[in-house]
Design a protein around this ligand. Structure first.
Ligand SMILES: Cc1cc2nc3c(=O)[nH]c(=O)nc-3n(C[C@H](O)[C@H](O)[C@H](O)COP(=O)(O)OP(=O)(O)OC[C@H]3O[C@@H](n4cnc5c(N)ncnc54)[C@H](O)[C@@H]3O)c2cc1C
Length: 475
């Protein structure tokens, strides 16, 4: 194997592996170094997303949602079950199988695209030089015209309750429970906390979510966030806002958490604590002294809009740089930098990055919220439509939530779309495409949406923007 490449990517998550494949498609000789090691000692490309994030969490959300629906919904369809039981070992085996299929798929894609996949640690030394240390400690000096830093992020640990891999765990640990804990506390009511809390609550745990902020899902549309919280509470999630955790004591009866809220100091005893208070950029051991790469006060590698670091031909993408920590944002940055290196025109439209929470109902949004538009002094009009009036949602027995579309008062362009309801994560795709192509609410109004589909709710919300909804009273 040659030690010289056109591109070396350090980090093989959805940012890094996509950048390497796209660079190879652009006729560049690319290598991708990744150091991920699973708990069973296996090494795999795919980063947090495939190994310990997006994919395993969605596998468990699906299993637990089916179990919940079989218990609570099937009888409405006339399906009578004699008995129902959840086999956690089988559920976990299925999850691991999906993860393994997808991560080994990356190696096949590397082969097909002639990307050199290297398992081990990469360290950027400066001047196009990368030190590669294999998992058995062998070192090699590699060089490249371009270097992409894509080393991702890691969970934030709370100093008063360090992870112990057993009763106090991070999100990865929470994906691996071998039985259903009786009592769980989730610290943090963000996307990850809500998804993991939902999984175990549906499987039978009593789940308390403790959130320091007074606002629930502060980044989402206020109306939909309130509605979501009502629905999650009705499902049995005990969400406590304005509650600041102060300590954790491990004892015979479990972990005793203390937290302060408006009423004073409170205690809660649980079997497992899932700490989901956020993630921070990860660049440990990545940058040799004097290599010229700068990080900001939070540890993010500093980049411009095109993901260029201050050092020529060195790029950084994904969770390790500014912007939302999302797999699809990482991947798009990977594509952009690989195209820019090849001399093509490329950009990421940071205004239309969709956000999704895979709870039931799902929540998804793109663009601005009403609150953001008010603060910016932008005049807008709003149309909304409830899934209660959507035939497909009714047939699915999932007719809760709504679509809210926000369009510019000035030129009717869509400024934001917010969905709480069934398959919101799939529905938002149409709106992302629409916004990418600068669609107006009228464009959506005049687009045929098949009947009966959930997407008709988008159509009706667009019509409602101008007071023309057909299947709802217009204000
Ligand atoms: C529980 C959970 C659920 C999530 N669900 C979603 C979701 O549904 N949708 C979504 O969009 N996002 C989701 N995310 C976030 C998503 O996983 C991240 O945004 C995404 O993985 C970031 O991609 P990345 O390539 O930047 O970094 P990562 O995926 O973190 O990959 C970085 C890789 O670099 C490797 N690395 C680090 N340092 C070095 C080094 N020096 N040498 C070699 N390799 C190195 C790491 O081992 C890792 O494999 C979730 C995250 C979690 C934790």
């Amino acid at each position: 194997m040659s030690d010289s490449f056109d591109v070396i990517v350090i980090g093989g998550g959805p940012g890094g592996y996509v950048a390497a494949i796209r660079a190879a498609q652009n006729d560049m000789n690319a290598a991708c170094i990744d150091k991920w090691v699973n708990k069973d000692g296996s090494q795999a490309f795919g980063g947090t997303c495939l190994n310990a994030g997006c994919i395993p969490s969605k596998a468990l959300l699906e299993s637990s949602e089916l179990y919940h629906r079989a218990q609570c919904e099937f009888d409405k369809h006339g399906i009578r079950l004699e008995s129902i039981a959840m086999d956690i070992a089988t559920m976990q085996k299925r999850k691991t199988g999906i993860v393994t299929q997808l991560t080994s798929g990356i190696e096949m894609l590397f082969k097909a695209n002639k990307v050199t996949g290297l398992k081990g640690i990469g360290r950027f030394l400066g001047d196009g030089q990368v030190e590669y240390t294999s998992h058995d400690g062998e070192k090699r000096m590699l060089s490249a015209t371009h270097v992409v830093l894509a080393t991702g992020s890691e969970p934030v640990e709370l100093p008063m309750m360090p992870f112990d891999g057993d009763s106090i765990v991070d999100s990865w640990g929470a994906l691996d429970f071998e039985s259903v804990p009786e009592r769980i506390a989730v610290i943090g009511a963000g996307v990850i906390g809500l998804e993991l809390g939902s999984v175990w609550q549906r499987l039978g745990s009593s789940v308390t979510i403790i959130e320091a902020m007074d606002d629930f899902l502060f980044m989402a549309d206020r109306q939909l966030a309130r509605d979501a919280m009502r629905q999650f509470k009705r499902q049995g999630l005990d969400i406590r806002l304005g509650a600041m955790v102060t300590g954790a004591q491990k004892g015979d009866s479990g972990v005793v958490l203390s937290y302060d809220d408006a009423k004073g100091t409170q205690e809660l005893t649980v079997d497992k604590v899932i700490v989901a208070v956020g993630r921070r950029p990860y660049s440990e051991g990545l940058l040799a002294d004097g290599c010229g790469i700068e990080t900001d006060e939070k540890g993010f590698i500093s980049v411009d809009r095109e993901c260029r670091t201050g050092v020529e031909n060195v790029w950084a993408i994904g969770d390790v740089v500014r912007g939302p920590m999302l797999a699809h944002k990482s991947s798009e940055e990977g594509v952009m930098v690989a195209d820019l290196m090849a001399g093509e025109v490329a950009e990421v439209n940071y205004n239309v990055i969709p956000s999704i929470i895979y709870t039931a109902p799902e929540m998804a949004w793109v663009g601005k919220t009403e609150e953001e538009l008010k603060t910016a002094g932008i005049r807008y009009k709003v149309g909304s439509f409830s899934f209660a009036a959507n035939g497909r949602a009714k047939a699915m027995e999932q007719a809760s939530g709504m679509v809210k579309m926000i369009a510019s008062e000035e030129d009717d362009s869509i400024l934001g779309v917010h969905i709480l309801g069934p398959m919101a994560g799939e529905l938002i795709g149409e709106m992302v495409l629409g916004m990418e192509f600068s669609a107006s609410a009228e464009d959506i109004q005049r687009t045929i949406h098949a009947h009966p589909t959930l997407s008709e709710a988008l159509h009706e919300a667009a019509l409602a923007v101008d007071g023309r909804a057909i299947h709802a009273m217009n204000k």
